[in-house]
Design a protein around this ligand. Sequence first.
Ligand SMILES: [Zn+2]
Ligand SMILES: [Zn+2]
Ligand SMILES: [Zn+2]
Length: 333
Amino acid sequence: MKRFECRCGGRVFFENTRCLSCEADLGFDPTTLRMATSTGADDSSFDNGYRVCRNKVDFDNCNWLLRSDSSDQYCVSCQLNRTIPHLNSGNNLVRWATLEREKRRLLYSLLDIGLPVKSKARGWPDGLAFDFIEDQRSNPAVLEPFITTGHLDGVITINVAEADQLYRLQMRLKLGEVYRTVLGHFRHESGHYYFNLLVGDHNIDAFRHVFGNETTDYTRALDVYYGMRSTTGWESNFISAYASSHPLEDWAETWAHYLLIWDSLETACTEQNLEAPRHVDDIIDQWIDTAIHFNQTARSLGLDDPYPFVINEAIRNKLRFVDGVVREERTRT
Ligand SMILES: [Zn+2]
Ligand SMILES: [Zn+2]
Ligand SMILES: [Zn+2]
């Protein structure tokens, strides 16, 4: 994440809707990836000719902008929504706000990297859409007994309960995971979506060489993985235990780490006024140093390691592959 300033020169942050120094309204412009300041003429006019998203007006749940002359009412992030939870039920407004905030951070990275972001709901067959759905485990009044967070044909489904800290912690302990975040879910599931776009048929042989054969029975592989519970021996080849379940999950986990590294390293470099490295091996080297710094600082604060992972040569090679197909896509478009 880059550093943002209000027109008055005050420091502002990606999530802000108002400058604490001059009290001007703020909005994020997804075309320039900069914060814009309201002209004050009316609530929705910004200095770059943009206006606020409908979800800001209706629910105060978006700080992204869209062009004033756009026929759409929603920003590029909110345009991707196909299903949102029932907002009059429980604390769904708060949960939904958490999901949207983390979704915007995912989209920031995708746009910053230069990847295509197209909305299925706006007519792109190969576009992306989001379903945020509750199930009966968190709300007995809804129809769906069990919603699994996942991806299918460009639709990313997130179980709304994942926005609850306690639920996430319970699931993390139950599944023996070392890391479970809403942003991590978004990153992981976006990996399944971009697999079709960036690997597709044209890079499949190279993919299989690095990750293995993705046509292996997926359902069976996941059954075996969840049946074993305490998996060991994966560390030498995989970034997480879950990555060892199937080549497509290995890809999605590696992709999620690629996005995590991109965003976290950009943030760390920005805060220290350093130029972020460009070559994938330099990025990984600097990230490993940065992650140690974060983990050690967290321990001094009495907190758990924020990055409890080890990047060895096998995983570095997978990250190189992800970087290769990302760069190929950026030069193509
Ligand atoms: Zn200001
Ligand atoms: Zn929006
Ligand atoms: Zn997955």
